[in-house]
Design a protein around this ligand. Sequence first.
Ligand SMILES: [Zn+2]
Length: 302
Amino acid sequence: MEKEYKSNDYIVRMTAAGLQLRAFAISSGDMCEFARSCHGTSPVATAALGRLLTAGAMMGSMQKNAADMLTLQIRCDGPIGGLTVTADGKGHVKGYVNNPVFEGYARADHKLDVGGALGYGTLTVIRDLGLKEPFAGTSELVTGEIAEDLTYYFATSEQIPSAVGLGVLLKKETGEVKCAGGFIIQAMPEASDETLTRLEQNLAGVTSVTDLLDRGMSPEQILEQILEGLDPKTEQRSESVFYCDCSRKKIAKVLYSLNEKDLAELMEEDRDVEVKCHFCNSAYQFSPDTIREIYEERKKDR
Ligand SMILES: [Zn+2]
């Protein structure tokens, strides 16, 4: 990754009602703004990518091992074309949207129409635990607003009743991210009806995450409000950051993996080749000489 940025984003993990509930909340404004600046996203694409990054960062932190990798992939028929977010267990998250410049449809209430930009499609969650085969679960998009789609995914694919809230608030004038954040509350199998009823009542009082964020609430305060009367206990607070592990060497491997014909064509063009990383949009230049070296090496290896 070429660029660096200063991040104040963090995730809070709590339990409540003994261990009947587990809860996560994040402030993700810095990672969402960084993603916007890397990818040059339109407001609706900023909101869509920001929401999925926010969710991915929290879900990444739920993993047991730091090296476990989680990928959230949305395939959809709307103009945004799809989104991919990857997170590890160390608070690193990265992602991109297929069509970052789609300007979006106008909504009567002037809110960004993320659902309209995504259209119909599927959400796939891939968990790579370092075993032979990664585990993948897929569910249909319900609204395309992402939080509802994740709630549905947790219920149908993982059988975990969950409440998910995600919000990305933009500055009207510039389209930059003002603040972003979200929460995930999950009921464990032993959760009592009493606990769930109270949780539902509390959640009914939460109008939207964007409202909470706009009031300047921290992740702790958001969870304390949602878990009020359920004896919430903070388990962990950890940093989270947009981070891409791409490098010149890794991108050179991508060139190396091209088929011989494509590589020969690139070589014949005899000019600098620029390859951009999907995840962070860093650009890597390769001179004609380097392309030739890669081609020769590739040929030798056959
Ligand atoms: Zn990258």
